[in-house]
Design a protein around this ligand. Sequence first.
Ligand SMILES: [Zn+2]
Length: 399
Amino acid sequence: MTDRSRSPRIESPASIGSVFDLIRRGTARTRREISRQTALAPSTVSLRVDSLIAAGLVEEAASGQATGGRQPRFLRVRGDAGAVVSVALGTHHFRLAVADLVGRVLHVTECPIDVALGPAAAMREIWERTLIALGDARVDAGAVRGMALGVPAPIDSRLGTVTSSAQLPGWGQQNLYDLIKRHTELPVSIQNDANLLALAEFRAAGPDVGHMLAVKVGSRIGSGVVVGGRLYSGSSGAAGEISHSRSSGRSAIHCWCGTPDCLESVAGGAALVARLRQEGYDIGGTADLVALAGAGDARAVELLREAGGLVGEVLSYVVNFLNPDLVTFGGQLSGVPPFVAAIRAAVFQQCLPVVTDALEVRVGTVGTDAEILGGIQLILDRTLDVNRVDKLVANGWTG
Ligand SMILES: [Zn+2]
């Protein structure tokens, strides 16, 4: 199951950015290891490394363990060389993290937001809170290298627009890049929240996983796809939108997508809440549904089991097609064991044995901050991309 695509691709001859990438990924920790992996002459490696040190991106420290009278000196990325901001937008609040350049979280905060006021107001609020969070984290705004924004809706990545979404009324077709640019010139990466979940879970999954699906099951259903070690977002950024595929259940709510009995309108948290309300339950949202199931309410558990089977049914088509190593679940409903068990059972029943033989299907391990952690990874990968590092060593951060 080892996937070679996780190994960094080294151009020949390795540029400064490629050498930095080896250090950043922990693939090479000393000058000698870089020389061995790139086939660069030791003198060239030294020039590259010295440039990275001079640019403030890398530092070299003694290991503390002397071998043969000489202490090996290890290279590592300097966390204090900059900072990034990652925001995960929800329907009633957003979480915001400030991290350093090695992805260490320096500060996390949660802020209420009224998404019904529209995306322009939301982007202003996010930026104002970002400035406050940077102050709390004691990070100079000038040290911030980029920002990631996770949005609970399908995003057309070419245009930076939200496709119609029940969670974000009035946000359809508005360009979020343009709206955030009113406040900052920072590079901003915007992604669907399930894609950020996938990035975080993929990183946590370890080197044996090359292909995976991360499914977010909450009020809505979405998934992020990693293929060959990379996030696969498709032609327009909508890859993984399994929620608007037709299911064999019956809709409990109207869905904007227009597909009759789409999975989200049948088995998403909002649909199950609507069904329970129709049956006389006085519940507010998906969190109440999770609490009801946790308290052992037989009808809530029954509905969640049925819904899990329907999610598993749609997922099995995707799993048969994609043949991943791993499927993980995140979001509020992933905390309901009968729901997850029903999805697993359906996937293992309905997929080919050759697909399920080595397949792992489980709840994600990263926890509730998976999306902001995925966002940190996304923006760091962009900021510290091989070509960008080549340019910034030559021209500085503004180059
Ligand atoms: Zn739909």
